[in-house]
Design a protein around this ligand. Structure first.
Ligand SMILES: [Zn+2]
Ligand SMILES: [Zn+2]
Length: 117
């Protein structure tokens, strides 16, 4: 039977054998990935906005041209057409550009729909 040699652990800064027994001390709790927030998401959002010509798709459906920007007060929302809660994916085909009011409205409607179910 092989004995595992004790060694200096750079993680917990103690000497021990094998896997670090003090993991909880240094390991950050693993958060569920939200899909939003990281750099890849930001890049994807940019691509979706460019694809949609920086126009709110929902407004466009009603014949209104609403230009959104990446940042600032007119910043648009990269919206999941099929909500993630309903199994929608992060694929660009399931993403659309919305202005803040349209996004708020959609979120509201989705919440209502969720409550009825
Ligand atoms: Zn350790
Ligand atoms: Zn809109």
């Amino acid at each position: 039977m092989a004995t595992r040699p004790s060694r200096w652990c750079g993680k917990c800064r103690k000497v021990h054998a094998g896997d670090c027994p003090n993991r909880v001390a240094w390991q950050k709790p693993v958060k569920a990935k939200s899909g939003r927030g990281g750099r890849p998401w930001r890049r994807k959002r940019e691509r979706v906005f460019e694809r949609d010509g920086f126009l709110c798709r929902e407004c466009l459906r009603q014949g209104i041209v609403t230009v959104v920007t990446l940042h600032g007060t007119k910043a648009g929302i990269c919206d999941h057409i099929v909500p993630k809660a309903e199994g929608g994916s992060d694929a660009e085909s399931n993403l659309q550009t919305l202005c803040q009011p349209c996004s708020d409205l959609k979120t509201q409607l989705e919440a209502q729909k969720g409550r009825k179910q």
